[in-house]
Design a protein around this ligand. Structure first.
Ligand code: DAH
Length: 342
């Protein structure tokens, strides 16, 4: 019995030498010292010994138990000390490593700038839903179901049971003209930035998702002169105070008359270059006087109230401003592109 206890002691101490961390030390303790460990198993045999042998064997077993316990404690201290040394070798006075810093997306910057310019002119900001009813996106903007203008808006329809052909992803921000007019009375001066969607082939100047900023002003006595003054002021704030601004006739179903707004080319000064495609002029937005039919549709009397509306594309403004050649760069999440605007 004494021999076996001594053998176990030797084996255990040898195994302890291998225990290098808290986990292996605990495994060692469970194997040799714990209540169900090897030493306890041996001690259970003490009772079977002849009376004469029992005291000596018991004494020896006790000695081994104490020896293993103190060896365990020593190794445990050594491991803990080593752990603390690693911890204190970290210089906590060093400044932390800087994480990467985000920045505003170029389109966000331009949208904010556009909204700020109109804010100075007394326009407040509003937003509306990207999932829209046909009635707001088309019908109440004077675009009935068989209207050819629908061809210009390749539409993503939502397949909702019982509502087929009624719900879509808005193809422009103009439905907010209706939403705003139906919930308040004039005077109205509001701009509405937001995403719009069109099911069309993607190329350097077309994306299936892009932004627009809609504008609307309705009050007594608003005329085309207000439209021209407001939008020329905007164009000069965005593209330079020396800009010449041209308004020319264009068709949009929800305005009459409708116009397109162009600025003289800031790149070549009007002599013709790549930016203005040789014309000397750069088209920046659509606009017009709110159609009487649209006013009547929201319960306004067109003899009492008139207004103007406009819509522009922030990506196009950003492309002109920063010289970006391809609209796809905005939404391809290439950090080499995006970081340039931080
Ligand atoms: N909604 C038009 C489009 O997406 C842009 C537009 C044109 C908006 C004229 C207007 C407007 O408010 O008066 O092409």
């Amino acid at each position: 019995m004494i021999d076996r206890v001594c053998d176990l002691e030797r084996e255990a101490l040898e195994a302890l030498g291998e225990a290098g961390d808290e986990r292996s030390l605990e495994e060692w303790r469970l194997r040799y010292l714990a209540r169900s460990g090897r030493l306890s198993m041996l001690l259970r045999g003490l009772g079977d010994l002849p009376d004469a042998d029992r005291p000596a064997a018991g004494k020896e077993a006790n000695r081994v138990k104490l020896a293993l316990e103190s060896a365990h404690a020593a190794v445990s201290r050594r491991i803990e000390t080593a752990r603390l040394e690693v911890a204190t070798s970290i210089d906590v006075t060093l400044p932390g490593r800087r994480g990467p810093r985000g920045g505003l997306h170029p389109v966000t910057r331009i949208v904010r700038e556009i909204v700020a310019v109109f804010g100075q002119l007394g326009f407040r900001v509003s937003e509306g839903p990207e999932v829209e009813f046909d009635s707001y996106n088309f019908e109440r903007l004077n675009i009935p179901p068989d209207h050819p203008a629908r061809d210009m808006h390749d539409t993503y329809w939502l397949d909702i049971p019982g509502r087929s052909g009624q719900i879509l992803l808005r193809t422009h921000t103009s439905p907010n003209q209706i939403r705003i007019m139906e919930r308040q009375r004039p005077p109205i001066r509001v701009v509405v930035p937001g995403k719009v969607y069109r099911y069309e082939a993607v190329d350097a100047t077309h994306e299936t998702m892009f932004f627009q900023v809609e504008g609307l002003a309705v009050d007594r006595g608003i005329t085309m002169a207000d439209l021209k003054g407001t939008l020329a002021t905007f164009a000069r704030a965005m593209f330079g105070s020396e800009r010449r601004v041209m308004f020319y006739s264009a068709y949009f179903p929800f305005v009459e008359p409708g116009v397109e707004v162009a600025i003289d080319c800031f790149s070549c000064g009007g002599s013709g270059c790549r930016t203005c495609k040789g014309t000397g002029w750069i088209e920046i937005m659509g606009a017009g006087m709110v159609h009487p039919h649209v006013l009547r549709g929201v319960g306004y009397d067109p003899d009492e109230y008139t207004g103007f509306a406009f819509g522009l594309g922030p990506e196009r403004v950003a492309m002109l401003r920063y010289g970006i050649p391809d609209i796809r760069l905005f939404y391809s999440n290439d950090l080499r592109f995006l970081r340039q605007f931080h």
